[in-house]
Design a protein around this ligand. Structure first.
Ligand code: CP
Length: 313
């Protein structure tokens, strides 16, 4: 695993290894051991061309907990604003002897482009590219599901909302399928489904009340207004009535069903506060798990052997 660009193409063994490695790291920072020296001497650059709260912060913390030197390039105040090309920005950063770029960009494929142009000792991690892929989010979601539900084959998982513009949904569908999830449902209006959704091996529902019946995991998605053209914008009120998660609709799922959301949340549009803050919500846990997953992915792409739990500490 030199780069981590997409879930597609990774096999079950590798995904399971990422989850197991993250388990080894999950108590670091929270308990007595605050850091481990696995990436000491390595330099990691967070190169975020799109805004982020959770992903940027947890990648930074993950790098620090592995003892790497980490730099967040503020793209808004960088020389890209003076017209410097992406490649020239990269070359300049490479001249500072970086070992890894963590990249977020609004263009699908941006992280691939960067991965093709870095020297052979540099790794690239995709932290979200356009509507295409957000692989570390998918893995922290898989980690959260495994923590709560144990394994995947007996699970029914529903992903609800703006599938069309969601890089999270695409990565989650690939991860859930690769891990052998019993049934993957997508629940969305026709206008917010990708054309090729049939080929993804999911069951499609347009009526949320039907699609939610009996599911074990409910994953809500944000309406990605920044990626929509005006004509496709649904009214927020109508959207909430049809596709917003309320306590009443959640009652159709399994009694032990968990509620997830990658964030940021739009309360009152795709989820009501009583559910987002309720006893079945694991939304904040997802964020915490992002640190361990990102530590695992960073160590694995840097080809650093990760000792068993006891030795890591
Ligand atoms: N889930 C997620 O990617 O959140 P941020 O945009 O805040 O990083």
């Amino acid at each position: 695993l030199r780069h981590f660009l997409s879930i597609q193409g990774l096999n079950r063994e590798l995904l399971t290894r990422i989850l197991d490695t993250a388990e080894s790291f999950s108590s670091i920072g929270a308990q007595q051991v605050k850091k481990v020296p696995l990436l000491r001497g390595k330099t990691i650059v967070n190169l975020f061309f799109e805004s982020s709260t959770r992903t940027l912060s947890t990648f930074e913390l993950a790098a620090k907990r592995l003892s790497a030197d980490v730099m967040n390039l503020n793209v808004r105040t960088s020389s890209t604003q003076k017209g410097e090309s992406l490649l020239d920005t990269l070359r300049s950063l490479e001249a500072m002897h970086c070992d890894m770029f963590v990249v977020r960009h609004s263009d699908s494929g941006a992280a691939y482009f960067i991965a093709r142009h870095v020297p052979s000792h540099v790794s690239v991690i995709n932290a979200g590219d356009g509507c295409h892929s957000h692989p570390s989010q998918a893995m922290l979601d898989m980690f959260t599901i495994r923590r709560h539900k144990g394994s995947f084959p007996n699970l029914r998982v529903a992903i609800i909302g703006d599938i069309l513009h969601s890089r999270v949904a695409r990565s989650e569908i690939h991860a859930l399928a690769t891990l052998g999830t019993g049934e993957i449902r997508v629940i969305a209006p026709r206008t917010l489904l990708p054309r090729n959704v049939d080929s993804l091996g999911v069951h499609i529902f347009h009526d949320m009340r039907v699609g939610l019946k009996g599911v074990d995991v409910v994953i809500m998605l944000r309406l990605q207004r920044e990626r929509m053209e005006g004509a496709r914008l649904p009214s927020e009120r109508e959207y909430f009535q049809l596709y917003g998660l309320t306590e009443e609709k959640l009652a159709l799922a399994q009694p032990e069903a968990i509620v997830m959301h990658p964030g940021p949340i739009n309360r009152g549009i795709e989820i009501e506060s009583a559910v987002a803050d309720g006893p079945r919500s694991v939304i904040l846990e997802q964020i915490s798990h992002g640190i361990a997953i990102r530590m695992a992915v960073m160590a694995m792409t840097m080809q650093i052997p990760v000792p068993e739990t006891k030795e890591v500490r």
